[in-house]
Ligand binder design. Structure first.
Ligand code: PLP
Length: 409
């Protein structure tokens, strides 16, 4: 049974206070909190096993290698990847997308080619492609969103064509809570011999993910948003595509042979893991995956869906409020704006009540322009949040409105 009270006990930070009030942490789309199991694993790694993996034959090096590679197996299992060599550890989603934009994009894109993105991309899945387009002469095209925050799939059908070389799209929006039909986009991409990349920063932590059924060629996610440490994330790629690619970063471990004037490359996944990796963080990510698996991603999804819907319902009752994104089939991300309080003021006043939400452009400036705003306030839920916390959020918003004299009339 999904016992949220029991789950909360696993997260030490959730019992702290902010401004004399119990912390209500609703900024999970930015980063998640960490369970004791992950924190203990980091300490255990440093206290007992720390060494540089893949390089030494001494006992500690072997243990570090084993723990590092076990994490790879766990991540592969978590996303349904058949071959764990197709999981590359990176610093996170941003680095994973840059890896593809450099190692694949720079060698495969040329003038006349098109990369198809959407209007709702995080800057992480936009700027790397702007740089790749600038260097190669390829063009970027954008699938528009409809007013309810869902993708305009009729336009997608028109945009994805014979010039398309890659479609890259967020799986779930960090602003709108939309879950995009990436399976359908992958089909359109493949029908045109293009590749499909999925930015899974907001889906990996929240939805059951199976890369085979998504039908994508690349999938990127960040460990720190899925209970793991900062500084680690991963890129999954179809092995034959990864094999066909040149390295991203050069250095130790990614080589097979090095001569003064040239080198040859190691096998997957090491070809893409140059230098000493964030080993402890990779090991911590493995512990985070264990924790998520023990709860079950279906159960987590169900819990967050209910919370997101409850928050959406309660917010909808507020006079004058605008809620962005679809009313159904959403994740636990809810962005909103009030006519009488600036988003930054909302989050500042909420902080005084111990409620942590985010306001700003959420690294989605083009999407903000599409919505016609400079910023939104955003509450984002995770597996440890409760309905009582939604109520506390609502009370705090109400208080903020009263503070700004919204009900003076
Ligand atoms: N993509 C999306 C949809 C995100 O929400 C984020 C982070 O908020 C990122 C990419 C970037 O993730 P990171 O900063 O962990 O690389």
């Amino acid at each position: 049974m999904y016992d949220v009270k029991e789950i909360r006990d696993d997260f030490p930070i959730l019992s702290r206070e902010v401004n004399g009030k119990p912390l209500v942490y609703l900024d999970n789309a930015a980063t998640s909190q960490k369970p004791r199991r992950v924190l203990d694993k980091l300490a255990e790694y440093y206290e007992l096993h720390n060494a540089n993996p893949h390089r030494g034959v001494h006992r500690l090096a072997e243990e570090a290698t084993m723990m590092f590679e076990e994490s790879r197996e766990k991540v592969a299992g978590f996303i349904g990847a058949e071959d764990s060599r197709s999981v590359i550890f990176t610093r996170g989603t941003t680095e994973s997308i840059n890896l593809v934009a450099y190692a694949w994009g720079r060698r495969n894109l040329r003038e006349g080619d098109e990369v198809v993105l959407t209007e709702s991309e995080h800057h992480s899945n936009l700027v790397p492609w702007q740089l790749a387009a600038r260097d190669t002469g390829a063009k970027l095209r954008f699938i528009p969103i409809r007013d309810d925050g869902t993708l305009d799939m009729d336009e997608a059908e028109k945009l994805i064509g014979e010039n398309t070389k890659l479609v890259s799209c967020i799986h779930a929006s960090n602003v709108l809570g939309t879950v995009n039909p990436v399976e359908a986009l992958a089909e359109m991409a493949h029908a045109n011999d293009a590749l499909m990349m999925v930015d899974g920063a907001q889906s990996g932590p929240h939805l059951p993910v199976d890369v085979a059924s998504l039908g994508c060629d690349f999938f990127a996610a960040s460990g720190h948003k899925m209970l793991g440490p900062t500084g680690v994330g991963f890129l999954w790629g179809r092995p034959e595509v990864l094999d066909s690619m040149e390295p991203f970063l050069g250095g130790g471990e990614m080589i097979r042979e090095v001569h003064l004037d040239h080198s040859t490359w190691n096998d997957l996944p090491h070809k893409f893991e140059a230098g000493t990796m964030n080993v402890a963080q990779v090991v911590g990510l493995g512990a985070a995956v264990d924790y998520l698996n023990a709860l079950g991603m279906e159960n987590i999804r169900e819990h967050e869906k209910k919370l997101g819907e409850y928050a959406y319902r309660r917010l909808s009752d507020m006079e004058g409020i605008t809620i962005y994104g679809p009313s159904e089939d959403r994740t636990g991300v809810v962005s909103f704006a009030l006519p009488d309080v600036h988003p930054h003021d909302i989050s500042q006043l909420l902080d005084e009540e111990g409620v942590a939400i985010r306001s700003g452009h959420h690294c989605c400036q083009p999407l903000m322009r599409r919505l016609g705003v400079a910023a939104t306030a955003r509450a984002s839920f995770y597996l440890y949040n409760t309905e009582e916390e939604v109520d506390l959020l609502m009370d705090a918003i109400q208080k903020a409105r009263e503070f700004f004299g919204a009900f003076a009339s």
